[in-house]
Design a protein around this ligand. Structure first.
Ligand code: DAK
Length: 257
């Protein structure tokens, strides 16, 4: 598959996707979003891929949705374009997706990173929701995910007053998993992704799903869902192999069945 606005590579069991519109600070136009969701789905369907890293470049992960593309749109145009459908496709990816973020991570770019399962940031990363400057609010889950991640106080300042967050602050608030020097953040994210990709695939899938449910559902629903997945995993060969390997003091060999 050839893409015009993203690049893809494979690093062992990790699929790497790089948003590639450097001149526009990787602003998310329709082409980026379509190619991105296709690439994510292709990697997700590939049994040799166990995790995905999504990145931009050192200057920007993504400076938001493409403002020039949206500027003249009416409410009806926005609804008819149904761009939210693409965000739903991204949300349904089964393997873990790690965002490797450097530089600007704003608006829809920040929502995209928060929609990933983990974030590895460079020391230069800047997170923000500047939509208020454009007379709108976040439209791809930002008000919900940001508030759950950093709490009401900071979310209010970020959404209502364009308050940006540094990488260190994001680490303190628990929005990102790790902060690394700019020369190392991508390597660090790929390494973390490869570690995860080596683990029992079904347990990884259900673990991701259950944690994301904690974010998106009521506690009782999330707990019931977690319990179902937990019981189900006892019907898999990987559970038998994992527990037997423990007893035999050897590394488990995962089959994903
Ligand atoms: N869109 C389009 N172009 C952008 C852009 C963006 N978001 N951000 C930057 N660029 C372009 C600039 O126009 C400039 O292009 P040229 O003028 O060279 O042609 C180039 O990238 C370099 O940018 P600057 O010259 O501005 O670079 P600076 O270093 O001076 O400033 C900056 C960097 C990040 C502070 C600045 O570029 C900036 O403020 N950018 C806009 C950030 C922003 O407001 N982002 C939020 C966009 S609104 C939806 C769901 C979600 C959304 C939409 C729909 N649906 C469910 C349908 C999300 C909305 C948003 O994200």
């Amino acid at each position: 598959m050839t893409y015009s606005a993203i690049k893809t590579e494979v690093h062992d069991r990790v699929g790497l996707i790089q948003i590639n519109r450097p001149k526009a600070l990787n602003a998310l136009n329709t082409t980026v979003m379509q190619e991105l969701s296709t690439a994510l789905e292709d990697f997700d369907a590939d049994p040799d891929i166990g995790a995905i890293v999504l990145t931009g470049d050192e200057r920007a992960f993504a400076a938001g949705a493409d403002i020039k593309e949206m500027a003249g749109a009416s409410a009806v145009d926005m609804i008819k374009a149904d761009r939210i459908a693409i965000w739903d496709r991204i949300r349904n990816i089964k393997v873990p997706v790690i965002a490797a973020v450097s530089g600007w991570c704003l608006g829809g770019g920040h929502e995209l990173a928060m929609g990933c399962d983990m974030i590895v940031a460079s020391e230069t990363a800047i997170f923000g929701q500047p939509e208020i400057n454009l007379g709108v609010i976040p439209g791809a889950g930002g008000t919900q995910r940001l508030t759950r991640a950093v709490g009401k106080a900071l979310a209010m300042e970020m959404v209502l007053n364009n308050r940006n967050m540094s990488a260190d602050e994001a680490l303190r608030y628990g929005l990102v998993n790790r902060v690394a020097p700019v020369e190392l953040y991508l390597e660090n994210a790929i390494q973390l992704a490869n570690e995860i990709a080596e683990r029992a695939p079904l347990a990884i899938r259900f673990g991701k799903e259950a944690i994301n449910n904690a974010f998106e559902s009521f506690l009782a629903d999330g707990i019931a869902d977690e319990r179902r997945s937990f019981y189900f995993l006892f019907s898999t060969e990987d559970q038998k192999e994992g527990m037997q390997a423990f007893e035999e003091k050897r590394p488990a060999e995962w089959k994903g069945i």
